[in-house]
Design a protein around this ligand. Structure first.
Ligand code: MIC
Ligand code: SF4
Length: 658
């Protein structure tokens, strides 16, 4: 039978279940990646599982998020991650070496392999034809230990590309176009697969921009075929041996097909404050800007940065604009330095940031009040820049460079007419500069046993989750609306440094919703917990969009949250809730959302019984006397995990001889 490329990879890695869309399946994971902001917890949990060595083909631990080092927390994390990686058989990419997704693409990604990463932008690897999926740290820890990864067997959305991108139009504009079609909602359980004659016109970094930002669609992942373009990229990275061709069968059927003619794509922007608030640059051109930042795992490759450098060569950025550049990796930085691009950027007025996530996760460069900021990133959720009420637009590097020169949002296609700038055609180099000296290999097993793990005092082992109560009695701690992101639940930015200390980090759960002079979400949660009552979160559509950070489940768990009741939930966050024994419940009738208010007293009778084997449960609002139904959209394994009191307890139980 004809197969999609997605199903070919799934088939080769299937270890549990049947490839029927909508059914739960378990797949073997070849590679894992972790980054420092999720990695410390992932490794602490890996240790709690009693694992001595990883059992994957390759696991890499990156340090790229927490690089600012205000106070000892970040460096303590780096030292812990370096020492635990050596010991348990994991490669360690040191701080300064680059953003996990960019470095993984350059040095490790492989067509046809599976990659599980504790970061939602792990699908970047799909640009190389791998099935690369983001997950919570606990799921990645379990995969590092050789366990299968469980997911819903996906529907496959085929995106058929024809034509070729015009000058000044980029693959960022392509993914923004797709976001305008599919939006960030309603795509849970799908994988996007690209095919058609237009695929061949896109380079690997261009493809990776698309699969990276595909995360914003809420799909499981996105994947491109592996073809001669892939082969050339791997050869240029001196990894030609990792190549294997891969494509869907010609007759493969997709659940839905979207046709995009690349020659009709135009420069686009995601406007404040959602990646799917898409407008063409033409529509918003002329808006004055005060800041431009080029970087992030979406758009900081060698070609991206050289294009920006060429546009700016011999020019200066507008005096009203603050302009910053963060290269995606040390390889990119070294290459733009050697080719002269770095010098052109500096001469134009760029402020260079080290290779890492930086401003993308609110680590510096927060815009001033009312300042419009243009970024080549993938997310512009409200406040993510670190400024309340921020005005953040997501654009291509070409649009960013043009706008930085002109001081206002500018369609790069007009640059020639406006200031005589020709389109710089930057080609993928024949050879990338290979220097893996900042990627440390693990110790051989015989030396590893005695190796010391460095645990600074800011690294605190997280509290374990508890079994479910027979009947849940609790109170609504917050009622929020649609599209609540994990940035809303567990803000990063200034609080990111507390990632390895759950009691401390928990103080900031739903921080943006706290009101002055009133007890915070955290205080109210802990009060209820002391009384032996549960906290409950009420939400609208697409609860838990965005990142994979399991702290958005782990910290609420620490504060006593035992159930989330939402109209719908996103994949990674829902899995994280289950892993930490918080019951994800959907309104059987979304209209019942209106029957609950903040602070209402809620009872869910026979919760344990329902989790065992029922599709629905009863929810009693004791404050308003309303009684209605909630849906449990759970696999058999999800139910077992919840009943065991979370994934860690479940894994321990399974390891015990019965
Ligand atoms: C993000 O882009 O939001 C992050 C920061 O990379 C997160 C991971 C985290 O919160 O540490 C993600 O995308 O999963
Ligand atoms: Fe880092 Fe931003 Fe990419 Fe997340 S989206 S991995 S914060 S660069």
């Amino acid at each position: 039978m004809s197969q999609t490329l997605t199903y070919k990879i799934l088939q080769q890695h299937l270890v549990d279940g049947k490839l029927i869309p909508g059914r739960p399946i378990g797949i073997r994971i070849d590679q894992t990646l972790t980054q420092d902001a999720t990695g410390t917890t992932a490794f602490l949990l890996f240790e709690s599982m009693g694992m001595a060595r990883v059992r994957t083909d390759l696991s890499v631990s990156y340090v790229d998020h927490n690089l600012a080092q205000f106070g000892p927390e970040n460096h303590n994390d780096h030292l812990y991650l370096q020492s635990i990686a050596r010991k348990v058989g994991v490669w360690h990419s040191r701080p300064g070496n680059g953003i996990c997704h960019q470095v993984h693409l350059e040095r490790f990604g492989k067509p046809a392999a599976t990659l599980l990463g504790s970061d939602s932008h792990t699908p970047t690897g799909g640009g190389l034809g791998m099935l690369a999926i983001g997950a919570g740290g606990l799921d990645v820890a379990s995969a590092m230990g050789g366990g299968p990864f469980y997911l819903t067997c996906p529907k496959v959305i085929g995106v058929r590309l024809t034509g070729k991108l015009n000058d000044w139009v980029t693959s960022k504009d392509l993914i923004l176009k797709l976001l305008s079609i599919l939006t960030t909602k309603g795509n849970v359980g799908c994988i996007v697969e690209y095919f058609g004659p237009g695929v061949h016109t896109l380079s690997v970094p261009q493809r990776a921009t698309v699969t990276n930002m595909g995360a914003e669609l809420g799909v499981t992942t996105s994947v491109f075929p592996s073809d001669s373009v892939t082969q050339q990229f791997l050869q240029a990275q001196k990894r030609g041996g990792d190549f294997q061709p891969l494509a869907a069968d010609p007759e493969a059927e997709y659940d839905r097909v979207i046709e995009i003619n690349l020659s009709q794509v135009v420069p686009m922007a995601a406007c404040p404050s959602s990646p799917d608030n898409i407008k063409s640059i033409e529509e918003i051109a002329g808006r004055k800007i005060g800041q431009v930042v080029v970087g992030s795992c979406t758009n900081s490759s060698y070609t991206d940065l050289m294009t920006v450098a060429e546009v700016l060569k011999g020019r200066r950025i507008d005096s009203a604009v603050e302009f910053a550049v963060a290269p995606g990796s040390r390889q990119v930085l070294q290459m733009i330095a050697r080719s002269g691009g770095l010098s052109d950027l500096i001469a134009a007025g760029a402020r260079m940031i080290e290779s890492g996530c930086g401003p993308c996760i609110g680590q510096g460069f927060s815009p001033g009040d009312g300042v419009v900021t243009l970024r080549t990133f993938n997310r512009n959720f409200a406040g993510r820049t670190g400024t309340k009420g921020d005005q953040c637009y997501l654009v291509s590097p070409e649009t960013a460079a043009a706008s930085a020169i002109m001081g206002e949002i500018t369609d790069p296609r007009n640059l020639k007419e406006m200031v005589g700038i020709q389109y710089p055609k930057i080609k993928i180099p024949k050879e990338f500069r290979i220097d893996d000296s900042m990627i440390e290999p693990p110790l051989p097993p015989e030396e590893a046993a005695g190796a010391k793990v460095l645990r600074g005092p800011t690294i605190v082992v997280p509290e374990s989750s508890k079994p479910l109560p027979e009947t849940l009695r609790g109170q609504v701690l917050i009622k929020c609306g649609d599209k609540i992101t994990t940035d809303h639940i567990m803000p990063a930015g200034a609080f990111l440094k507390y990632r390895s200390n759950v009691p401390e980090y928990s103080k900031y759960v739903f921080n943006g919703f706290n009101e002055e002079d009133k007890p915070t979400f955290a205080q109210r949660g802990l009060d209820l917990k002391k009384q032996g009552r549960a906290g409950i979160v009420i939400a609208g559509e697409s609860y838990g969009q965005g990142s994979s950070r399991e702290h958005a489940a782990l910290c609420p768990m620490y504060l006593g949250v035992r159930a989330v009741l939402a109209k719908s939930m996103e994949r990674i966050h829902k899995a994280n809730l289950i892993n930490f024994a918080i019951v994800p419940i959907e309104f059987a009738d979304p209209a019942d959302y209106d029957k609950i208010s903040d602070n209402d007293q809620i009872e869910i009778p026979d919760l344990t019984e329902a989790v065992k084997n029922k599709e629905e449960l009863e929810i009693r609002n004791q404050s308003s006397q309303a009684v209605f139904k909630g849906k449990l959209n759970l696999s058999h394994r999800d139910r077992e995990i919840l009943l065991a009191g979370g994934l860690l307890n479940f894994a321990k139980k399974k390891a015990q001889p019965s």
